[in-house]
Design a protein around this ligand. Structure first.
Ligand SMILES: Cc1cc2nc3c(=O)[nH]c(=O)nc-3n(C[C@H](O)[C@H](O)[C@H](O)COP(=O)(O)OP(=O)(O)OC[C@H]3O[C@@H](n4cnc5c(N)ncnc54)[C@H](O)[C@@H]3O)c2cc1C
Length: 420
């Protein structure tokens, strides 16, 4: 039987997070949008307490036998990597409903952690996650993008050269989310993608963990952005940056040219994170839709359901369309999450969810501003901010076009050489 109901534990956590969003996110959302690069420390410290527990549970799960893990899963929904992805997505939607910029300020291993989870050895997971179970807030980040390598991640030129017991990194990474917090402001780290053998193409690309304070790593710029302005987006430069030999994630072995095994490992990071991004897009879209319905209700206009299309007003038709698209995006997202929780390959579903949610929510927010007119354009309300905030979900971790390309390749069974 197909069951679209969320389990009780998830519904309870959803309620709790919604209250957090109402009390601690919405009231300061405008403030941190106006004061770009200021950090919402009250919010961060609050979230940090949960992050510590979540990472500790994840580390504990690493020590379990398969039988213990199966038993724990029955009781607590926990998957091998810690919090189940479906729960992550549900909570991410609630926090993005509260404020997407603040949500991106959350401390924790985050995108860098997804890379460690996807390719790291159990020993590396223990080592790099342990600091997130104690002390003051810390951040993990992931640096792939370069000036000439964004969508085409295989074009990266940052290099890592083996020198005795070290790897020596050189290159410049741009648009690193939480780059400043991870590399400069906390005892965090950043996962850096670099090539160890340019002639091997994709197979030569590996990921490396660079810890805060490593000589040769410098944060050189913070972006001023259209939306999600509470989140720091940094340029990080690596100049003869020497890291321990075992900070490479996965195997240092380079497969033959044309084989992409190592690269596939790092790409698996996105299978785990794209549904989370889709969920946060949905949170923003939901906020915009609720706002429109509230304002219409204040004018005595209630949206009717279950009536013939011939009886619908133009506004009702718009709202029905927006709601249908939001729900479709949510169902795709939950499906991609559930597959990940069952440890099934979900590259196709993760890209479908991300492409659908990014596109749908960009349209929903733009339509909401259009329907509200001046109320949608004024800074008195958050709607104009949501229109600015939502677009990022269609850009980072694979643009809408790139995710559609991945969907097409998967559905048609074409390799990247046939469908570019
Ligand atoms: C706020 C923010 C935070 C970010 N955080 C991170 C981070 O934490 N870590 C990180 O590594 N990067 C991060 N990025 C970078 C982001 O992932 C890239 O910007 C994104 O992947 C697009 O790459 P690009 O900017 O080089 O654009 P391009 O690749 O140059 O793309 C430009 C346009 O061309 C389209 N396009 C490109 N190739 C194709 C194709 N084959 N078919 C059809 N259309 C195509 C794209 O869809 C896009 O519309 C962030 C970016 C922003 C704005």
């Amino acid at each position: 039987m197909i069951d679209f109901e969320l389990p009780e534990q998830i519904v309870a956590a959803q309620k709790e997070t919604h209250e957090l969003a109402v009390k601690h996110m919405r009231p300061v959302a405008r403030d941190y949008d106006e004061r770009e690069h200021e950090k919402p420390w009250d919010y961060i410290n609050l979230i940090w307490e949960d992050v510590k527990k979540e990472v500790a549970a994840q580390l504990q799960a690493l020590e379990q036998t398969d039988a213990e893990r199966a038993e724990a899963k029955k009781k607590s929904l926990a998957r091998a990597g810690g919090q189940p992805m479906i729960l992550t997505a549900v909570l991410s939607e609630e926090r993005a409903w509260g404020d997407a910029g603040l949500n991106l300020c959350n401390p924790g291993p985050r995108l860098g952690g997804a890379a460690v989870n996807a390719v790291g050895t159990p020993e590396q997971k223990r080592r790099f996650f342990k600091p997130f179970t104690e002390g003051t807030p810390k951040w993990g980040a992931m640096a792939i993008t370069e000036a000439n390598a964004g969508s085409d991640t295989a074009a990266i030129t940052a290099s890592a050269v083996r020198d005795g017991d070290s790897w020596v990194l050189n290159g410049e990474k741009i648009f690193v989310t939480s780059g400043k917090m991870a590399c400069q402001e906390s005892d965090g780290w950043v996962v850096v993608w670099a090539t160890i053998d340019k002639s091997a193409g994709r197979a030569g690309i590996k990921s490396f963990v660079v810890e805060k304070g490593t000589p040769g790593m410098t944060v050189t710029k913070l972006e001023n952005k259209l939306g999600i302005r509470a989140s720091d987006t940094a340029t990080v430069v690596f100049e003869d940056c020497r890291i321990p030999i075992d900070n490479i994630l996965g195997s240092p072995e380079v497969q033959q040219r044309g084989t992409t095994k190592g690269f596939k490992g790092v790409m698996a990071t996105f299978d785990a994170t794209r549904p989370g991004i889709a969920a946060s897009a949905i949170g923003i879209g939901r906020a915009a839709l609720e706002f429109v319905k509230e304002k219409l209700a204040e004018k005595g206009i209630e949206v009717r359901y279950g009536i013939s299309p011939y009886q619908m007003t133009a506004v009702e038709k718009e709202i029905h369309n927006m709601e249908a698209n939001l729900k479709a995006a949510r169902l795709l997202t939950w499906r991609a999450c559930c597959m990940l929780d069952r440890r099934e390959r979900n590259s196709l579903e993760a890209s479908m969810a991300k492409a659908k949610a990014g596109f749908a929510v960009t349209n929903i927010c733009q339509k909401a501003v259009e329907l509200m007119g001046p109320l949608g354009y004024s800074r008195e309300y958050l709607l104009e901010k949501w229109m600015r905030d939502c677009k990022i979900n269609d850009i980072f971790e694979g643009t809408g076009q790139i995710n559609m390309l991945i969907v097409a390749r998967n559905v048609l069974g074409f390799g990247r050489d046939k469908l570019k």
